[in-house]
Ligand binder design. Structure first.
Ligand code: ADP
Ligand code: MG
Length: 321
């Protein structure tokens, strides 16, 4: 509270933009307004917790619409729950703003709550401070006891799969300040959709899973390392979107898909015996699932293109000038 000296006081702002008449969830015993929140988890479930922060100039360029920042701050966290195979329940939000401007808070809250409501996530608390523009969100969700999907379960022979179209988000980010260009690419950066339905459905099918946020190549390395395996990957099978190909051409599209980051798609491995089940399941998804390679025993990532070895050029697209 002390951090807010000028303008509208913090309590008024929280009440106006973040406190809702009644919690949407019955498992919230006590929400915003007291010293801490109280929630209840039924027996038989494990609690899953993830935290991610986004700050201007680090995770999004200045001028990014506030509604999108509100959406993204929650979406990137829900993506982590999706990657565990968890169902989302509650969120808390630590918001940092240079000064409390009602219009900013309204827009941010609109983006945040549109996504929260879509997944019945209750905002149960947070903090509001004066500082550089950014938001730190913690989400909590649940999985059936012992039924989470971790990073360490991939085994040699498993297929390697991803959802969606890697590379779109970074291309969209690079187009943000341009008129024209592809709206679909820009939207995939501004409004990533957490793959919660898909992540949960993969329980009992995927042997390992994570969400890709730092670029497919780097995240693949993490997944394989956690599983103590390596991978053989087929460059030609990368699911590049027509919009990405049209915007940057085949070579840059491959490079962006491998090292662009900000995709928030699921990367997972599936034992061959579950492939038919996966195919049946994925037919009902709104996002495609594509097999891009195979887990192998020897460590390291080996990309192939038409039968010959191919070395990825992993340029970083991470920085805002
Ligand atoms: P305290 O000083 O006891 O931490 P605050 O004034 O910081 O109290 O917060 C009052 C209530 O508002 C608490 O329930 C807190 O969780 C909630 N809160 C503060 N900021 C936010 C925010 N940005 N979003 C959601 N809840 C918030
Ligand atoms: Mg506080």
């Amino acid at each position: 509270m002390a951090a807010q000296r000028r303008g509208l006081d913090e309590t008024t702002l929280i009440r106006r933009y973040f406190q809702r008449p009644a919690s949407s969830r019955r498992d919230v015993v006590l929400g915003i307004g007291d010293d801490a929140a109280i929630t209840r988890l039924p027996p038989g479930l494990d609690l899953v917790t993830a935290t991610d922060a986004i700050f201007e100039g680090v995770h999004y360029p200045p001028g990014t619409p506030l509604r999108a920042i509100g959406h993204r701050s929650l979406a990137i966290n829900l993506s982590d729950l999706a990657a565990m195979g968890a169902r989302p329940l509650w969120a808390s939000l630590a918001l940092s703003q240079p000064r409390a401007r009602a219009a900013w808070l309204r827009e941010f809250a609109a983006g945040f709550f549109a996504l929260a409501d879509a997944w019945q996530v209750a905002l149960i608390g947070g903090d509001t401070v004066r500082g550089p523009q950014g938001a730190t969100v913690t989400v909590q969700g649940a999985v059936r006891r012992g039924h989470h999907i971790g990073r360490s379960g991939a085994r040699p022979g498993d297929g390697i799969w991803i959802t969606g179209h890697p590379g779109d988000a970074v291309a969209g980010r690079l187009q943000l300040d341009r008129r024209g260009g592809s709206r679909k690419l820009r939207q995939s950066f501004l409004y990533p959709q957490p793959r919660l339905r898909e992540g949960r459905a993969l329980a009992g099918i995927a042997s390992a899973m994570m969400d890709i946020s730092d670029g497919l190549h780097e995240d693949l390395g993490k997944l394989m390392q956690a599983s103590g395996c390596g991978a053989m990957l087929d460059l030609a099978s990368l699911p590049l979107s027509p919009q990405l190909l049209a915007a940057v051409g085949l070579e840059a599209a491959r490079e962006m898909a491998l090292s662009g980051g900000d995709d928030y798609e699921l990367l997972f491995t599936v034992p061959v015996r579950h492939e038919a089940r996966l195919a049946r399941l994925a037919r009902g998804w709104t996002v495609p699932a594509t097999r891009i390679g195979t887990v192998r025993k020897p460590p390291g990532l080996h990309w192939q293109l038409e039968g010959s070895a191919w070395t990825p050029c992993t340029r970083a697209f991470q920085h805002f000038g």
